[in-house]
Design a protein around this ligand. Structure first.
Ligand SMILES: [Fe+2]
Length: 185
């Protein structure tokens, strides 16, 4: 199955939410492929990146985000974990890890425990280069309907991540260097 076929199984293709999800995922996919070009020596799997970028937010419909048309029972912070469960059931465990490990700059077991987050207490930080690339690329794009195509400014991303702890911002800053982002503007 292609990523779009999988998305159509869980979303009404005529819905506003589907449009938001697919547009966002395409923006993340493009940014991810650009980032991957800067680490070609690490041989990232580009085909996998394209697929996983399209699927990374598949879990959002199960969460509460009424502004974009999500009316599920779970808090939004669970969308990565929930998406991972969906893709594991589809027999896509590698893609599932991208879902689980993409929120923020990844969520450590310590943060899950310290903040009593409603998540299994395990390390949810990206490990593979492909997981890091998609997590990184995702930070540049929101699912705010009016600004789906607008890349966020790096200082704004860092400020947002800092509010969840300095480690989040530091991880992202290390990726800026790794993926060759120009930060002077
Ligand atoms: Fe995303």
């Amino acid at each position: 199955m292609t990523p779009m076929e999988i998305l159509r199984e869980f979303y009404d293709p005529d819905s506003r939410l589907f449009h938001i999800l697919v547009t966002h995922s395409r923006m993340v996919s493009e940014k991810a492929i650009q980032a991957a070009a800067h680490v070609s020596h690490l041989k990232p799997d580009l085909e996998f990146i394209r697929e996983a970028a399209m699927l990374h937010d598949i879990g959002i419909f199960q969460t509460q985000a009424p502004g974009i048309g999500c009316h599920g029972p779970h808090p939004y912070i669970l969308h990565g974990y929930l998406g991972g469960e969906i893709l594991n059931k589809k027999g896509l465990p590698r893609h599932a890890l991208v879902c689980e490990r993409h929120p923020g700059a990844g969520i450590s077991k310590e943060i899950i425990v310290a903040h009593c987050l409603d998540l299994p207490a395990r390390d949810m930080r990206p490990q593979s280069i492909e997981e890091k690339i998609i997590c990184y690329a995702d930070k540049f794009y929101s699912k705010t309907p009016e600004s789906l195509h607008v890349a966020k400014r790096v200082p704004d991303i860092i400020r947002m991540l800092s509010s969840y702890g300095e480690e989040q911002a530091q991880t992202f800053q290390s990726w800026l260097i790794l993926f060759g982002e120009k930060t002077d503007g």
